[in-house]
Ligand binder design. Structure first.
Ligand code: CA
Length: 221
């Protein structure tokens, strides 16, 4: 899942980028307000973690700008301790949630999962498709109750396909979600991951839509 992190503090930003990558996000880290606006205009993110105190354009102004453009990407704001008005203004201006610094990475990760669940309209933490169950919190998958070992990227692809709920996930979307701005992703890497997923979960689990992308077909009754 592609996540934009906007944070100017180098230490905190570095820690967050590493930590969020570890829990499965494809993190793009931007340290300045104007650049953040540029990235939001040109790219699609599934989540935004936004610090309010930023050089260039202030985080609150970024938030207002995003929402005024009818962009409803989920946003979690990071606020300084004890600034109640920031939290109120942030929520009133369209943030989905907030965290007060300092905070624990595990709480941030849990809040991001909760935001995502609310947005997808599915309040249950586990996702099901046929006999496959996916748990985003533990990043684990079972099939008919048996654990299936997936790599980081395989898990991310399966999660995206499950979130698409039968709709097609384009190859470009999968590539962007997994690799973001990182260059050097070979053109056939998604195919390779899909191949491995089919080997682990069954040939018919993932359907190729030639020239477009992939989807999960309706599971057998
Ligand atoms: Ca800051």
């Amino acid at each position: 899942m592609r996540l934009l992190l906007v944070e100017d503090d180098p230490l905190l930003g570095d820690g967050l980028a590493a930590g969020l990558t570890q829990v499965g996000y494809c993190v793009e880290w931007i340290r300045e307000g104007q650049q953040a606006l540029k990235a939001i205009r040109s790219d699609k993110f599934e989540l935004i973690v936004l610090d309010l105190g930023l050089p260039g354009v202030d985080g609150m102004d970024i938030l207002k700008k995003i929402r005024s453009q009818k962009d409803n990407t989920p946003i979690l704001i990071l606020t300084a301790r004890d600034v109640l008005q920031d939290r109120i203004d942030g929520l009133d201006n369209g943030a989905d949630d907030y965290l007060t610094k300092p905070f624990d990475l595990s709480e941030l990760a849990a809040r991001l999962r909760a935001i995502h669940r609310r947005r997808t309209g599915d309040a249950t933490p586990q996702q099901h498709y046929g006999n496959i169950t996916l748990n985003p919190a533990s990043r684990s998958v079972t099939q008919e109750g048996q654990p299936v070992e997936l790599t980081h990227h395989e898990f991310s692809i399966l999660e995206i396909l499950m979130n698409h709920n039968g709709r097609i996930a384009t190859k470009e979307h999968l590539e962007e979600s997994l690799y973001g701005w990182e260059s050097g992703a070979e053109s056939n890497t998604i195919e390779v991951h899909i191949h491995h997923l089919r080997k682990k979960l069954g040939k018919r689990t993932i359907h190729t839509v030639r020239g477009v992308g992939y989807q999960l077909p309706s599971p057998p009754e």
